[in-house]
Design a protein around this ligand. Structure first.
Ligand code: SF4
Length: 443
């Protein structure tokens, strides 16, 4: 019997945000479908793909370092992702990179792999699991619903890198979600650059799923996802008026009561300079209404401090707004002038790095007290927790109010009970700080 030739191996380095992770998963799915194997290290790889991030300077540096390492360790390197939109920058430093493609150019990446090492003659297409290849743990999966963005936030170059909004047909999104759930995903994390803008570009085109027509609308998509019985979590939601429509789905338990809304600031003047929606009073009122409909709604957000022109009064307004909005969790970045961002040309006064640093610390301290108070309300109650990790008699998981990787966790004493990643168990919460909770597995 002749022995089959060993399958060619592709190494993969995936950097950046969850959206880049989804791109990596798609490329890997395609390569795996063609019969390639994924190499666990540089040495065993016939070619290495580096999926880069170009969002801020530190991410660009990390991407350049990763390309350098792959070149030194392997030498046959394909670069893709956001930084791939700037081939000259990469070629200047690494002239021998084999190929460079921009973000979500899956076919070009796969073609570049073919140019270096051909796929096996007879690919075992049926070895591909229906849910594709996932880089996240089996029990949760990112679901990318669109590419690009139609907004023009002045601190951001993502629309230049990733182009205008391009929504996927709703039937495809729901089918993929269904396959992910069939493949073991208990939690779906809906991502895009602007989730609430879903479908605008394709004029809400209807498509079919499970024999029914769905429109490519935020609400319709959420209704479909709510049928799958998994935890569905919405990320990167702009506070458009139609977001109000999904809150009842959260109250009914169809979608998890969690919204990730990057507010970025609260001063109308700064928001205007950022070209973000600026009516914070209205937003506060809506948050109150959302909480009346769905009292356990958790809101996480991100903010930027030290944006050009931000005064102490603007910053104070932001702190006051945080007190009023009572958000559950927030992330905060100090403004970085990304090359190519419109904000650099607004003629606004830069905020001194020491002032940025000081505001960042004050912001974090201010929010910590709010987050601690909100998390503290859980102490003494029994809450469902999805398990991410088990270490002997201890497990680490999250409630519906925490997304993986960005929010805090729940540390669970299991005692004599046993569990596995992906299980949803009941936990008695005994302690909480500004980020995490501690508890015991309940009977
Ligand atoms: S919404 Fe604004 S910050 Fe987000 S990707 Fe679009 S332009 Fe960038």
């Amino acid at each position: 019997m002749s022995q089959a030739a060993a399958a060619p191996k592709v190494g993969f380095v995936s950097l950046g945000c969850p959206k880049a992770l989804v791109d990596s998963e798609r490329i890997l799915t395609q390569l795996k479908a063609e019969g390639y194997e994924i190499a666990p290290d540089y040495n065993g790889a016939d070619v290495v793909v580096v999926n880069t991030c170009g969002f801020i300077d530190s991410a660009r540096d990390e991407s350049m370092d990763a390309i350098g390492e792959a070149m030194a360790e392997n030498g046959k390197v394909i670069v893709t992702g956001c930084l791939g939109a700037e081939p000259d920058v990469i070629r200047n430093m690494y002239p021998k990179v084999a190929a460079i493609t921009g973000p979500h150019q899956y076919e070009s990446v796969v073609k570049a792999v073919h140019d270096i090492v051909l796929p096996p003659h007879d690919p075992f297409l049926d070895l591909l699991p229906p849910q594709g290849i996932k880089l996240t743990p089996r029990h949760y999966a990112y679901l990318k619903i669109s590419e690009g963005c139609n907004n023009t936030c002045t601190f951001c170059i993502i629309p230049d890198l990733r182009g205008k909004l391009a929504s996927r047909p709703v039937g495809d999104v729901l089918k993929e979600a269904e396959n992910l759930v069939k493949g073991g995903a208990k939690e779906l994390l809906v991502i895009s650059q602007d989730t609430s803008a879903y479908g605008i570009d394709i004029k809400y085109a209807p498509s079919e799923w499970r024999g029914e027509q769905y429109q490519a609308r935020f609400l319709d998509m959420c209704k479909g996802l709510g049928e799958l019985g998994a935890w569905t979590r919405l990320h990167y939601v702009y506070p458009y008026p139609h977001v109000d429509e999904v809150i009842p789905l959260m109250a009914e338990g169809k979608i998890v009561p969690y919204l990730d809304i990057p507010f970025q600031h609260a001063s109308p003047k700064v928001l205007k300079s950022m070209k973000r929606p600026g009516n914070v009073t209205k937003v506060s009122e809506r948050i109150k209404k959302w909480r009346e409909i769905c009292p356990d709604l958790a809101i996480r957000s991100t903010f930027i401090v030290g944006f050009p022109g931000e005064t102490e009064a603007d910053f104070q307004l932001l702190l006051d707004w945080l007190t009023e909005a009572q958000l559950d969790r927030v992330g905060c970045f100090q403004y970085e002038p990304v090359v190519g961002a419109q904000a650099n040309d607004l003629g606004l006064e830069e905020v001194h790095p020491d002032v940025k640093e000081d505001r960042w610390h004050r912001f974090m301290q201010h929010q910590q007290a709010i987050s601690a108070a909100r998390l503290g309300r859980r102490v003494g109650s029994v809450i469902e927790v999805i398990i991410d990790e088990v270490n002997g008699s201890e497990a680490i998981g999250r409630t519906k109010y925490e997304a993986p990787e960005i929010d805090g966790v729940v540390y669970v004493k299991m005692g004599k009970k046993r569990t596995l990643p992906g299980n949803v168990i009941k936990v008695y919460i005994e302690e909480a700080d500004a980020y995490d909770c501690w508890g015991t597995a309940a009977a």
